[in-house]
Design a protein around this ligand. Structure first.
Ligand code: SF4
Ligand code: SF4
Length: 427
């Protein structure tokens, strides 16, 4: 897949493989006996009100977790809460898992149906933050951000993933409805739909300006979309919202359209499954479905030392348990055979410069990596632009010494964030 353009010292180029021709039919995963809701709040948080074991919940029922309503979760199924336990995220961050034993008969909650009668940003923020696609409503409530543009990403950020492309090609009516709702509730008229360059046509009067994303990786990552599609460069350490732009993915917008159309919150998440043999397909699973149920449904087995990854091959993160659930932003599930896991080493940097040539953010990675290896994270920020990295993974991919640069970068950012949070909250 990696090809040198024009040979010699040219920058290596990897292309996305677009989803073209006949669309695959997603495999529908049956509602599992247990679903897990993961909450990014520790269960011993002082002001938390957590659901109790034995409580029954309806599909779509809002579970308020903090007294003032700031943190909530929506039950993706009808059933009984069977456990509330601490949950370790893939970087070690502590959250809470609420396990629900699902009932055979669905009992839908009607709170959102009432709110959906009159679309408003407040009701969207109050009920729809966990929709498939994970819409970033929170940013509209941030007084420090002044959002004037919405970008809908209809391309998949990582290689081999086809989730957003499939949504753009198969749910264009729902996307159009979602765009109309977003315009109405935010008052923002400036909406752009970014789609892969190969997936042209058929958008009709969708209510957004349609622009095209190049096939070269990492053109579909948010930083590159802003640069190539809107001509805006996100400064180091900032996000699109700091430039007044809010990025939704196509699935989130389609989910918003469906939610307001039906008066019901959708819970089926679409994801691409990439198997050990390299074959891939789409599945539709209830949010909260454990990874093991998906693997079983698609006939994939995981052996000792195989790697299970949420996300694609360049930016995905490996998970430590097959009980890990599908979350609103889980776009892909990838299984790597133990024999094809890329080799990493602690061999030193040989200053070959391959990473420098490939980095879209122009970071002096050969220097940065020395500080990361030594755990000197603040120096990595101050001297070598750590925060300019927007996490495409190309540096690790090309590193001659097989240094896990990308993992070092993520760890450094996580640690710096953890230290900063601890200082602010005094915990
Ligand atoms: S992951 Fe590596 S190549 Fe990509 S932006 Fe960050 S430092 Fe550059
Ligand atoms: S590609 Fe690896 S070995 Fe080469 S300069 Fe970059 S970090 Fe060093």
């Amino acid at each position: 897949m990696l090809k040198k353009l024009f040979g010699g010292l040219a920058t290596p180029r990897i292309d996305y493989i677009p989803l073209e021709g006949r669309l695959p039919v997603p495999v529908n995963i049956l509602l599992p006996p247990k679903v897990t809701l993961v909450l990014d709040i520790a269960m011993d948080a002082k002001d938390a009100i957590l659901p109790k074991i034995g409580d029954t919940v309806k599909t779509g029922q809002k579970l308020t977790l903090v007294e003032d309503g700031r943190v909530y979760a929506i039950s993706p199924a009808t059933g009984t809460i069977s456990a509330v336990t601490p949950f370790r995220g893939e970087m070690g961050q502590v959250g809470t898992a609420v396990l629900i034993d699902t009932a055979k008969k669905e009992d839908p909650d009607d709170q959102f149906a009432a709110a959906a009668q009159e679309p408003a940003l407040a009701s969207a923020a109050a009920f729809l933050a966990g929709l498939p696609g994970n819409p970033p409503f929170k940013v509209f409530g941030d007084p420090e951000k002044s959002i004037h543009t919405i970008v809908i990403n209809g391309a998949d950020g990582d290689l081999l993933v086809a989730t957003q492309q499939f949504v753009v090609q198969s749910r264009i009516d729902a996307i159009a409805k979602g765009i109309a709702v977003l315009k109405r509730i935010t008052g923002i008229e400036n909406v752009t739909l970014a789609v892969p360059v190969n997936v042209m046509g058929g958008y009709g009067s969708i209510g957004a300006e349609v622009k095209f994303v190049d096939t070269a990786y990492p053109s579909a990552l948010p930083h590159m979309i802003l640069k190539d599609v809107l001509g805006k460069v996100i400064p180091a350490g900032k996000g699109a919202e700091d430039l007044g732009v809010c990025i939704f993915n196509a699935e989130a917008v389609a989910s918003i359209g469906r939610a307001y159309e039906d008066g019901k919150i959708p819970f089926q998440k679409l994801l691409t499954v990439i198997k050990k043999d390299g074959s891939k397909g789409l599945v539709s699973a209830r949010i909260g479905t454990p990874v093991k149920d998906i693997l079983k449904a698609v006939g994939e087995t995981v052996a000792d030392r195989d790697r299970v990854i949420l996300g694609g091959p360049m930016t995905g993160v490996s998970i430590y348990t097959l009980d890990y659930p599908v979350r609103p932003d889980t776009d892909a599930l990838m299984i790597q055979d133990k024999d094809s896991i890329p080799f990493v080493s602690d061999y030193p940097c040989i200053n070959c410069g391959e990473c420098l040539r490939v980095c879209p953010a122009k970071i002096p990675i050969n220097m940065l990596v020395r500080f990361l290896e030594a755990g000197q994270y603040q120096e990595a920020v101050d001297l070598y632009d750590l925060y300019a990295c927007f996490e495409c993974g190309l540096c690790s991919y090309v590193c001659v010494s097989r240094i896990p640069i990308f993992q070092y970068i993520r760890l450094a950012k996580y640690e710096l964030n953890r230290i900063e949070t601890a200082e602010v909250t005094n915990v």
